[in-house]
Structure formats: structure tokens, C-alpha cells
Design a protein around this ligand. Structure first.
Ligand SMILES: Nc1ncnc2c1ncn2[C@@H]1O[C@H](COP(=O)(O)OP(=O)(O)OP(=O)(O)O)[C@@H](O)[C@H]1O
Length: 823
């Protein structure tokens, strides 16, 4: 039997993270005082949870090989919070790779977009130097480019009334990173079997059947529980029924102490504000602070193990899982659309009209699951697969909140902001604003604006004054800038009734810590808050309490494990030594192009500089390729993003600036070259294909020594592919192409590669080996000797005196001074 919530929300499933926490089997609970490690990192004042003792596994995914990514903290739990750091370090690697004596000496002040690549690059350096954002979110910055395209769309939607989305494309994004693979330098391009047809899709079909009423049918308990979560331990066999009861009963009783969570705002006010980040790159938290900061933070990870007092754990919130099972129930398991119509909900007729114009016929599963709860006035944490309409899911009810608010008086030049949407990247913010404008087509009195950095603060300030809006979409850094520097802005934020954190896990991880704290502190406590993402790691769930009310609902439309990715997207990985990678990539692309007439491919590289290298090479191989990464000016990125969105038969090589949220239609293949920063990033990148229930393919190309990453995705349906045969001609072509690639690109890629893998603890542990691998990478680019690296850069990277490195003379401080003197 299934239970239904008043508005029809039904619980489907298996193991809910929360449902089986404290409330169940409480007699058996052991309250131990363990810390929630990430909390201490993110929120110094220490949140406390009642712990479930041994049953509670705060470290999330035990079966993941986290050590490589994890940073030690708190009670010794390995946490992924280090992701941000790692990403920063990835950025660092690119930044480092781009160091020149000049950039080491000075900063650049121009903010403008600049078509001069050199200047742009320098701008990047400058930006990097600016903020102390250490924890940065790599993604964010890397994200750089992607969605700018949206901006274009906004214009479209902008209609004559003030609904126009503002927010200029930010320019000078910066980011960096790098990556790549290793190689047992011997491997020769050869391919044995090959078979790897990257086809093996499971064409499970989609048939949602998920209507309000019919939900139960979907409700087949797959038994696939949330890994590493308590509930599984507590009551693995629990039936669907039992769970629902638990839900209804709110099995997740929150215990005292959680109140504290809400106090975040207050407490964070007192937090030390590190120097302001220069707005310009909220999301681009490139390497903030100094390299030393980053490295030292990194190295201190191990030390940071003091146990916190603690815990009080218990889940809060009810959990509603709407996902469907895997295995034989595939027919319904990958459906992203429900059968529920939008007009079955009490939505504004004008919104319904706009929805119809947008061509949305029925709700997606996440929309169907969250809307009734949100309309009840509750806070929601929602996890739903990539490309399944989360943006509309939070925007629709947010618009309702605006409609229900009393109109601002006409002479109020600074009307309250009713809805605040925070996105980790400029692209996502622009995209969300564009979607909002679609939904607001017939609400001319409701305005949307975007504040995303990249433009000068005063420009945005003026824009906000001349175009008052009720819905504001922002990136965290720029929003914080406005809170602190725009007169009257803080007052306007006191009108916020709905706060949305899009890509919540990313926003709540270490990278955006300060900004989010500041933002939460700046909006009223009496508000509704929605957190959406395709991935919500357990440790982030713990932090969610700082933003959400205690009785929030966790709507999980995703089954942990195989269910986190789309069944219609085949996932394969290839293991090959580094020296084969470029040829393999080329062969893979050629085959895909032959097999797919209107192909659209995204290739993710680990850093901006490696992205540039790969794009350069593929261009030389006469493929129709574009590149997006943080080193490109925002205007360029916007243009390319738009072009890629609209085109067919095209390849986009990109860094992680395009990993999250970017909604490119009809991407047929996603290739990930080298180590993804973590499991979530792997899922988000893969999510650029198979959107809206479509088919897609994903290929992860790793070197043998990167294979350990697979343990973190072992529950996903990713299978090993044999290496395809690569014909001799292709190998020769690639070699020739590599010769034509600019030397500076190779040098930059080498340094960036080194920097990126230096940030991967597992690999960096043995620096001699690391350098060997880097030199392997160098050879894979066709270089017989590795590029020399300035001594000061090596120092910053902690790689001085490591055998195998070539040191570029004359760039160390002493040396430079001497040279200057002698001039
Ligand atoms: N009910 C609907 N019916 C059809 N299409 C929809 C519906 N709702 C949203 N969409 C479209 O689905 C696409 C994907 O939506 P969106 O970008 O919000 O996905 P997402 O879940 O946020 O993905 P990601 O996790 O990658 O950010 C968009 O083009 C959006 O316009």
C-alpha cells in the first residue's frame, strides 16, 4: 500500500536516507558524539546533530575511494569537501602554467573583455590573485563559459516590458585547470579488439506512468538503498509501505540542537570576512588567495583532525522519494515526464499560458513531486537527475510567491526582492533567468534581473535601479558584493520570501561557504527555501539544515547508484596509457561522427590549458571543434555556447565550466578525458547528454593509474570498453597534428597537468612518480623533452628539486632581481 500526501505526493521507494534515521529502531540507537566533519570546515561555529553512533555514517560513501579526494577533518572522516580545494588547485595548475615573469610581478587592472588573448590571460591571472577564495569551487569558475548563451535567450524572452533580464555577460572568466592522463609510456597505439562500439545503450524505454494517481505503480522497491546511509543498515528490507508510514510520520524527527542551524545567519554575521572577492568571478573561484594558501591548506588537511564535540544527528525533514526502481522495472525507471498536467495545480492562469507556449505538456517527475509540497509552504531539498526540469520546478512556485505578494507601491524605486535564486555560475544564472522569463511571458509586471559579475558593479547597480525586479538571479560572489556595497540592496533583500539554491551541493560545499553564509544572513528567516541538485552527497545533506527549515521535505527523485544517471545513456570507460589517448580520442570521434549524422559531442578536460591543447589538436585534425574554458573572454564563450546549442555536427572541448546545468540539446556523446574531480562531477558532466529522456553516450578515458577513480562510480552502470583498433594512418595523423600544435599550448598544458595531478593526493604522494607521469604526458604531446618550468612556479607547487623536472632559468626572485640590477 502506498500512502499519499494530501496533494498526491506519494512515496515511492526504497531506502530513504532520512526515513530510517533516528526514528527507527531508536532503542538500538547509540548516540555517539562524533563530529560531522564537513560542518566544522564549512561552519566554524559547529553545527550539532544527534548521532546515530555506529549506524550513522557521516562520511557518506564508504565504498568510494575517497581518500584520493578527501580531506581529513573533524573526526577523521574523509570528506569530499576538499573538492573545492582540489578544484582550486586545478585552477592553480592552469594558473601556474600560465605564469610568466610579468604576471608574477604585477596585477592587471583592466576588467574589460579583451580580445587580445594575452591580455585576457593576464586578466585571468589578475583575477586569480584577487580573492582569497580558497575553497573555491572549481566548477564555478571553470564553468565559465557555458551558458552565456543564455543571455542571448534572455533577450528573446525579455519582451518589451521590464522583464528583461539584465546582466551582461561577464567577460574575462578565468579558470584553469588541467589534466590528463598518464601512461605507461610504452603502450603503443594499437587496438585489439575493439568492439567498443559505445553503443551499448540500454534502450530502456521511458514511460513514466507517473501520475499523481498512478505513482504507486512505479513504486517498485528496488531494494537499492542509499549507499552508506543509515537507513540501509537499519532496515534494509523495509518495504515501501513501511517507509511511507515512516515518512508520513515524519520519521525524521529532528532533535534539539538543530535549531541552532537556523541560527546560521546570525552566527555567520560574525564570521570573519575574508577580503572581498572581487565580484567579478563569483563562480570563477579560480585560485583565490595565493598558491601558497592553497598548497598549505592542502597540506594541512591531515592535521585538521581534531574531534569536534558533538553531534546530534538525526535527520530532519521527511524524505520523499519519487524515484523508480532499476533492474527489470526499466520501463518506467528513466522517465523524466509524469502524466500530471500543470493545470492540475493551483497555478496562475497566466503562468499556465506561458507553460503551454513553451511547449511543456506535462510536468516532469521532479516538478510533479516538488510542486505540491512547495505550494503547501514547505522548504524542499530536491534531488533529480540532470536535464529533468529542476529549474522550472523551483521557478513556477517562486513566481506564485511573487504573485501573492502585495504589489510594491509605484513610487517605491527599490521594491523588495521577493525571490532570490542563487546559482554557482554565471551561465546557470543566465539560464535560470531566461527560463524565468519564459514563464513570465504573460506577467508583465514581474521583473527578473541577473547579477553575475563580469560587469562593473556600478553598472549592475544602475541597472537594478532603473529596472526594479521582484526576482533576482545571482551568483554568490556578486550577490555578496551587492549586499555589502550597493546602497539599499540589503533592505530590498529583507523582502525575500523564497530563496533558491540551485546546484545546492555545489553551493554548500566549501567553495561558496562565505558567500552563502552571508546571503543566508541577509535574507529573512521567515522564508521558503528550495535546494535543488542532481547530486546531494550525504555530507551536504547535513549542511542543508543551515538553509532549510527543520520540517523541510527531501524529495529524492533519484535512486542512489545506477539510478543517478540516465538509463538511456550508455557509460563506458577505457583504460589506456597516456601515449594512446589522443589517438584513441580521435578514433572514438571519427567513429561517432560516422555513426551519428547530427552528432554533437562534448569533451571534458581537466583544466583550461589542457582543454586548449585538445581543441587545438582536434582542429588540426580537421574536426569541427570549438572550445570553452575560463581563459576565453566571456563574450567568446557566450558566442560559442550559443553556436554549440544551435548546431549539429560539432564538437565542444571544454573544461568544467560546462559541467553543471548547461542545457545543450541533443548532445550525443560526452567524453571525459582524465580524472574527474569527483563522482558528482562525473555525473554532472555525463548529464550534458541524455537530457529530457533522450539517448546519449558517455566515455571516460583514463590512464591505468587513474583507474582508482572507478571505485567511486562502481555503482553506476559504467562498463569497461575494450580499446578500439586505431589504424596506423590515424596515429600518423595525430602525430602530425601534435607537431602542428603550438608549443606554448603544450608548455601550458604540461604545467597545468602537473599542477592538477599534484592536487590529487593519491597521485601526488610520490612526487617523483608524479613527475614521471607528467613527462609521460609530455611525450604524449610529441615532446621528446619536457618543457622547463620556472623555479618559482615549481616552488609554489612544492616540486622543487624533484628529479625529472626541467627548471627554466632566471625566473626565481633572486635571479630576476639580479637580472634587473645588471640591466
Ligand atoms: N515539463 C516540461 N516538459 C518538457 N520540457 C521541460 C519541462 N520542464 C522543463 N523542461 C525543459 O527541460 C530542459 C532541462 O531542464 P533543466 O535545465 O531545468 O534541467 P535540470 O534538471 O536543471 O538539469 P541539470 O541538473 O543538468 O541542471 C530545459 O530545456 C527545460 O526547458
Amino acid at each position: 500500500m502506498s500512502l499519499k500526501f494530501p496533494l498526491g505526493v506519494r512515496f515511492i521507494t526504497h531506502s530513504l536516507p532520512c526515513t530510517r534515521l533516528a526514528s527507527m529502531n531508536s532503542g538500538a540507537l547509540i548516540y555517539s558524539f562524533r563530529s560531522v566533519p564537513v560542518l566544522s570546515k564549512a561552519f566554524p561555529f559547529r553545527l550539532k546533530y544527534i548521532g546515530l553512533g555506529s549506524r550513522v555514517n557521516f562520511s557518506t560513501r564508504p565504498e568510494r575511494s575517497q581518500p584520493e579526494f578527501g580531506r581529513r577533518s573533524g573526526a577523521g572522516g574523509e570528506i569530499r569537501a576538499s573538492k573545492s580545494l582540489i578544484e582550486d588547485e586545478a585552477e592553480l595548475s592552469d594558473w601556474v602554467s600560465d605564469l610568466r615573469p610579468s604576471s608574477l610581478r604585477g596585477k592587471f587592472t583592466s576588467d574589460e573583455e579583451n580580445s587580445d588573448p594575452e591580455l585576457v590571460r593576464r586578466n585571468v591571472d589578475r583575477d586569480n590573485n584577487r580573492g582569497p577564495r580558497r575553497g573555491s569551487v572549481g566548477q564555478s569558475d571553470r564553468f565559465g563559459g557555458a551558458k552565456r548563451g543564455k543571455e542571448g535567450e534572455m533577450d528573446r524572452f525579455g519582451s518589451p516590458n521590464r522583464r528583461r533580464t539584465s546582466g551582461e555577460p561577464a567577460d574575462s572568466f578565468r579558470n584553469k585547470r588541467l589534466g590528463d592522463r598518464e601512461g605507461a609510456r610504452n603502450g603503443r597505439v594499437q587496438g585489439k579488439s575493439s568492439e567498443s562500439s559505445f553503443r551499448g545503450r540500454n534502450d530502456r524505454n521511458v514511460d513514466s506512468g507517473s501520475s499523481f494517481r498512478g505513482r504507486n505503480e512505479r513504486n517498485v522497491d528496488s531494494g537499492s538503498s542509499f549507499r552508506g546511509r543509515n537507513e540501509r543498515n537499519v532496515d534494509s528490507g523495509s518495504s515501501f509501505r513501511g517507509r511511507n508510514e515512516r515518512n508520513v510520520d515524519s520519521g525524521l524527527r529532528r532533535e534539539q540542537g538543530l535549531e541552532n542551524n537556523r541560527g546560521l545567519g546570525k552566527q555567520t554575521r560574525g564570521l570573519k570576512q575574508e577580503e572581498e572577492d572581487s565580484s567579478e568571478e563569483d563562480e570563477e573561484r579560480v585560485l583565490s588567495g595565493t598558491i601558497d594558501d592553497l598548497l598549505s591548506e592542502d597540506s594541512s588537511d591531515e592535521d585538521d583532525e581534531d574531534d569536534e564535540p558533538l553531534i546530534k544527528k538525526t535527520a530532519s525533514a521527511k524524505a520523499v522519494q519519487t524515484d523508480k526502481p532499476s533492474g527489470e522495472h526499466v520501463k518506467t525507471s528513466d522517465s523524466y515526464l509524469s502524466k500530471t498536467r500543470f493545470d492540475q495545480f493551483p497555478l496562475s492562469p497566466l503562468s499556465l499560458k506561458a507553460i503551454k507556449d513553451a511547449g511543456f505538456e506535462t510536468m516532469t517527475v521532479v516538478q510533479e513531486a516538488t510542486l505540491p509540497i512547495i505550494l503547501q509552504g514547505k522548504d524542499v531539498l530536491a534531488k533529480a537527475k540532470t536535464g529533468t526540469g529542476k529549474t522550472v520546478a523551483f521557478l513556477l512556485p517562486a513566481i506564485e510567491a511573487v504573485i501573492k505578494s502585495p504589489p510594491a507601491s509605484r513610487d517605491n524605486r527599490q521594491p523588495p526582492i521577493i525571490v532570490l535564486v542563487v546559482c554557482p555560475t554565471r551561465e546557470l544564472a543566465s539560464q535560470a533567468a531566461a527560463e524565468a522569463n519564459t514563464l513570465l511571458k504573460y506577467h508583465p509586471s514581474i521583473g527578473v534581473q541577473v547579477v553575475i559579475g563580469g560587469t562593473k558593479l556600478p553598472t549592475e547597480q544602475r541597472r537594478m535601479q532603473t529596472n526594479p525586479c521582484q526576482i533576482l538571479v545571482a551568483t554568490p560572489g556578486r550577490l555578496k558584493d551587492h549586499i555589502e556595497n550597493t546602497s539599499g540592496f540589503a533592505t530590498r533583500l529583507m523582502g525575500v520570501k523564497v530563496l533558491v539554491l540551485d546546484e545546492a551541493d555545489h553551493l554548500l560545499d566549501m567553495g561558496f561557504r562565505r558567500e552563502i553564509e552571508r546571503i543566508i544572513a541577509a535574507v529573512p528567516k521567515q522564508r521558503q527555501t528550495f535546494l535543488f541538485s542532481a547530486t546531494v552527497p550525504e555530507e551536504v545533506r547535513q549542511i542543508c539544515h543551515v538553509a532549510l527549515k527543520r520540517d523541510h521535505e527531501f524529495v529524492n527523485c533519484v535512486q542512489e547508484g545506477a539510478g543517478e544517471t540516465h538509463q538511456k545513456v550508455s557509460q563506458m570507460y577505457m583504460i589506456a596509457s597516456l601515449d594512446r589517448h589522443f589517438s584513441l580520442l580521435y578514433g572514438l570521434l571519427k567513429k561517432h561522427i560516422t555513426d551519428n549524422v547530427g552528432y554533437k559531442v562534448i569533451i571534458f578536460c581537466t583544466t583550461a590549458m589542457v582543454t586548449r591543447l585538445v581543441a587545438d589538436l582536434l582542429g588540426k585534425l580537421s574536426l569541427n571543434v570549438r572550445e570553452i574554458h575560463s581563459r576565453k573572454p566571456q563574450s567568446y564563450r557566450t558566442r560559442v555556447s550559443d553556436e554549440f546549442r544551435k548546431s549539429k555536427s560539432i564538437i565542444l572541448v571544454t573544461s568544467d565550466v560546462s559541467a553543471r546545468g548547461v542545457d545543450y540539446p541533443d548532445v550525443s556523446l560526452v567524453v571525459q578525458m582524465g580524472l574527474p574531480s569527483d563522482r558528482e562531477q562525473y555525473i554532472h558532466r555525463l548529464g550534458r547528454t541524455g537530457r529530457k529522456g533522450k539517448e546519449g553516450e558517455g566515455v571516460l578515458l583514463l590512464a591505468p593509474w587513474e583507474e582508482y577513480f572507478l571505485s567511486s562510480v562502481k555503482d553506476l552502470p559504467i562498463t569497461k570498453s575494450s580499446l578500439p583498433p586505431i589504424d596506423h594512418e590515424a596515429v600518423k595523423k595525430v602525430q602530425k597534428g601534435l607537431i602542428q600544435v603550438e608549443m606554448t599550448n603544450k608548455e601550458a598544458a604540461y604545467q597545468a597537468w602537473l599542477g592538477y595531478y599534484k592536487s590529487q593526493k593519491k597521485i601526488a604522494r610520490d612526487t617523483t612518480r608524479l613527475v614521471e607521469l607528467a613527462n609521460e604526458f609530455s611525450r604524449s604531446m610529441g615532446l621528446s623533452i619536457p618543457p622547463a618550468i620556472p623555479i618559482n612556479v615549481l616552488g609554489k607547487m612544492g616540486l622543487k628539486n624533484v628529479p625529472g623536472l626541467r627548471v627554466a632559468p632566471g625566473f626565481d626572485k633572486k635571479h630576476t632581481k639580479r637580472n634587473n640590477r645588471s640591466r
